[in-house]
Design a protein around this ligand. Structure first.
Ligand SMILES: [Zn+2]
Ligand SMILES: [Zn+2]
Ligand SMILES: [Zn+2]
Length: 69
């Protein structure tokens, strides 16, 4: 038995089921494309810089009672 811990819907301190919030800053954990060149000439630039906001996690768990926006 390995540690297969699915982090799905954890409970917040207030007892509310937390909701997954997709990161607003990135897609799939990557925020933008940077190939090291000042002028990117990639034909199909893929995002390859890990997002600072979610640290590549693509989002985070949030309490629906706290994040009321
Ligand atoms: Zn809460
Ligand atoms: Zn590029
Ligand atoms: Zn992100």
């Amino acid at each position: 038995m390995n540690s297969e811990i699915d982090e799905h819907e954890p409970l917040h301190d207030c007892g509310t089921l937390m909701m997954w919030v997709d990161c607003y800053n990135c897609e799939e954990g990557y925020s933008y494309h940077d190939c090291g060149e000042d002028t990117c000439c990639c034909l199909d630039p893929e995002n390859n810089v890990r997002c600072d906001i979610c640290r590549g996690a693509t989002g985070w768990w949030g309490c629906p009672k706290v994040s009321s926006r």
